[in-house]
Design a protein around this ligand. Structure first.
Ligand SMILES: *[C@@H]1O[C@H](CO)[C@@H](O)[C@H](O)[C@H]1NC(C)=O
Length: 416
């Protein structure tokens, strides 16, 4: 055994329902030496018994004595303070990974402010006070970018909807905390083993249904470039770690000098007075920011083709008349879903062995059915942190690994 005590210690906050389980298993692997001396994970969910999907790997990580899990309500300031309080006799945690934030696109502005902005700001203030060496904020791709251009971190991209507006505002609030050793990691559409949420997962499940029913999968958003850049969840984990190791010895000022970007205002000026901690519209806020996407240059079409060809069918587009009809019909979403959910139910009920419980659904909500255009360049993170992608391409091999793992844990139908 190597001496773990010299390794950094870390806290992961939130994200059990998104991507933080992958980071936990990366930091404390099941079958290799841990990268950290101690790992604390804090989220609102219970893990025993689980009140959210955990996947087959994460419980093994939790059983390692280096790992401590705490269930806490991070909207409460004292709970945030306790989450970052080191155990008796230990120094402050080195790295803080913030995966918090409300990911449901149908949540109100008030809920977004309370559970996305305020929670992250509480953690940021606490991490600045405790002088933690790194605070890595995971930013999801709730943006509408141009399909042309450089896609680099200097491009001013437009937050999409209520969710995008307040997730983006959260970055400004964090950037405004002067001594916070902040790095913003802005990811593409993430997918991977044990990821049961998001547009790519949804497309995988629905693509399987079209493969099963032997029909083409069709989209309303006619060809043309609709970039939806992708990223594997293990790269979210690896890059978050790389960002922490990068800013650790630098500190915020040097990190700002090396990788700082202006985080522009994209909100209603009147909100500044109403929302605690929201910086004025004209305040110039700078924070280290890195995009993280794979090298696939994924688009709606390429993701659709990769998935459908894996399941033995094709990806097509509705013609103009059909898609106009669909966009106008109130019940189009329900009709589409009836086919998806019916097919998926048939698949899981005829599976051998049976699939009595699955975290996967073929129901596509309006967000999954909307058009998304999010294109980012990954040049900067490679150049500055030296991070190398483990999964540069979204392809049949990455899909197979995901589906094999779901099959092994009994979440995916076995039909042969
Ligand atoms: C978390 O705390 C807030 C503020 O006290 C409260 O409104 C909310 O209901 C709590 N959430 C849970 C799940 O207990």
């Amino acid at each position: 055994m190597t001496d773990n005590s010299q390794k950094p210690s870390a806290v992961i906050l939130g994200g059990l329902n998104t991507f933080s389980r992958a980071l936990a298993s990366f930091l404390v692997p099941v079958d290799a030496e841990p990268l950290v001396s101690r790992l604390r994970i804090v989220d609102k969910f219970s893990v025993a018994p689980p009140t959210t999907y955990l996947g087959a790997e994460f419980p093994k990580t939790l059983s390692n004595p280096l790992v401590e899990y705490r269930q806490a309500n991070l909207t409460v300031p004292s709970a945030v303070s306790a989450a970052l309080e080191p155990a008796d006799g230990h120094e402050a945690f080195d790295y803080i990974f913030d995966f918090t934030g409300e990911i449901r696109h149908d949540r109100t502005e008030m809920i977004q402010i309370k559970t996305t902005c305020h929670v992250a700001r509480l953690i940021g203030l606490e991490a600045a006070k405790r002088k933690n060496k790194a605070y890595i904020r995971i930013q999801l791709p709730f943006y509408e970018t141009s399909s042309k251009g450089t896609h680099d971190e200097k491009e001013d991209v437009k937050p999409q909807g209520v969710i995008g507006t307040w997730w983006h505002e959260t970055l400004r609030m964090l950037a405004a905390i002067p001594d916070l050793n902040l790095v913003i990691l802005r990811i593409g559409f993430a997918y991977g083993p044990y990821v049961n949420i998001g547009n790519i997962t949804s497309a995988i499940t629905v693509g399987a249904v079209y493969g099963y029913t032997k029909k083409p999968m069709k989209s309303m958003w006619s060809p043309g470039k609709n970039p939806t850049h992708t990223i594997h969840v293990d790269d979210v984990a690896g890059a978050a770690w790389a960002c922490a190791q990068w800013i650790g010895p630098l500190g915020r000022s040097a990190a700002n000098a090396a990788a700082g970007e202006v985080i522009p205002f994209h909100n209603d000026k009147n909100k500044v007075k109403e929302v605690e901690g929201m910086p004025a519209h004209n305040e110039k806020l700078v924070a280290p920011l890195f995009n993280l996407v794979d090298d696939s240059n994924s688009t709606l079409l390429s993701v659709g083709q990769t998935i459908t060809s894996y399941f033995g069918t094709t990806f097509e587009f509705f013609n103009l008349v059909e898609s106009t009809k669909l966009k106008l019909a109130d019940d189009a979403v329900e009709d589409i879903n009836e086919h998806h959910v019916g097919g998926w139910t048939e698949m899981i009920t005829s599976s051998n062995p049976p699939v009595p419980n699955t975290p996967l659904s073929a129901y596509m909500d309006t967000y999954a059915l909307e058009k998304h255009v999010a294109a980012f360049s990954n040049t900067k993170i490679r150049g500055i942190t030296g991070y190398q992608l483990k999964y540069p391409a979204f392809n049949h091999a990455t899909l197979k690994e995901i589906i094999d793992k779901w099959k092994a844990e009994g979440s995916w139908p076995v039909l042969e």
